[in-house]
Structures are given as structure tokens and as C-alpha cells.
Design a protein around this ligand. Structure first.
Ligand SMILES: [Ca+2]
Length: 173
């Protein structure tokens, strides 16, 4: 029997998220969930909500990396169950993503606060119009001790631009 999908990413379509100032930084908030960028340096490496280029209206998020440092956004997620399989999926559009080191490119990584990482193995490079990407991972036994789970969407060791929309995380039964 197929059970109905329970969406674990709050506002993965970027419909309700609001931009707010947090000290000197700009972050994006939706209820108690926060998105924040590693770098937000205009003209070099920055992140913004984009209301012109999106997969689903009214906006997507745009990540730009100007150099090998890369750039990413982090998103806080609800707690996950231990030793459980999950599938992360999203729509992604890339422009001139160029690896500047081995393993560089666009991808996702989840982390719990116990230093357990669940990375996407196949990093994407080049240019493409909107396409679906997904990967599955199994959580550790310790994941239930984590106070929070972080989803990182990143341009790792690469330059280029990525737009991301319709981020979704679901448990696989
Ligand atoms: Ca959207």
C-alpha cells in the first residue's frame, strides 16, 4: 500500500519565506525555520530569492559562487527518524557550473548536529534548464539525539549559478 507523502521540508517551493535582517546578515525565515547563506557578497558569491527565474511561482532561490570557496544555503528541517531511508528531491537549473577542484559541483548534503553527513554523491556541473534531481540516504542510529537537521544546498568547490525550487524530503517506506 502506498501511504500519502508527508512533506518534511517547510516551504520548499519558497512561497512563504520572508527575507529578514539578522545582525549584519540577511536570512530567510518561514515560521521557526531559517535559511542562511555562507556568503552574501554582492557581485561575487551571493544568494537571493529570484522572482523572475523559478520552477514554481512565485520564486525560487538563486545561489551564485564566484570562486573556489563555493557557496551554499542551509535550511533547518524537522527531526528525522533513526535508521530510516529518505529521498530528497528538487528542481534545479544550472548556469556555467565549473568544478574548480575534484568533486566540485552542485549538490545537496544533509547533516545532523552529531557530525553525521548524508551527501549526494553525484555532483552536477555545466548548464541545464530545470531538471529533477533526487538522492536517497539512510539516517544513522544517532540521528534521534540531534537537536536539529540541516539541509545544505551547495556549490562546492566550483563557480557558477544554481537556481533551486520544489525541494522535497520524504520518508521511504
Ligand atoms: Ca517556487
Amino acid at each position: 500500500m502506498i501511504s500519502p507523502k508527508k512533506e518534511l521540508v517547510p516551504d520548499g517551493n519558497f512561497t512563504s519565506v520572508k527575507e529578514v535582517k539578522s545582525g549584519k546578515k540577511i536570512v530567510w525565515k518561514y515560521k521557526k525555520h531559517t535559511l542562511w547563506a555562507r556568503y552574501n557578497t554582492p557581485g561575487t558569491s551571493w544568494v537571493a530569492l529570484d522572482d523572475k527565474v523559478f520552477y514554481s511561482a512565485p520564486r525560487a532561490i538563486k545561489i551564485v559562487s564566484g570562486n573556489k570557496s563555493g557557496n551554499f544555503i542551509n535550511m533547518t528541517l524537522p527531526k528525522l527518524k533513526p535508521a530510516t531511508r529518505y529521498r530528497l528531491s528538487a528542481m534545479v537549473k544550472l548556469e556555467n557550473v565549473t568544478a574548480l577542484s575534484k568533486k566540485g559541483g552542485f549538490g545537496f548534503q544533509l547533516a545532523d548536529d552529531g557530525n553525521h553527513f548524508y551527501p549526494q554523491r553525484n555532483m552536477l556541473t555545466g548548464s541545464c534548464d530545470w531538471q529533477g534531481v533526487s538522492f536517497e540516504f539512510v539516517t544513522s542510529l544517532q540521528v534521534e539525539k540531534a537537536e536539529k537537521i540541516t539541509l545544505r544546498t551547495w556549490l562546492l568547490l566550483c563557480s557558477g549559478t544554481a537556481w533551486v525550487d520544489n525541494i522535497s524530503l520524504e520518508e521511504i517506506k
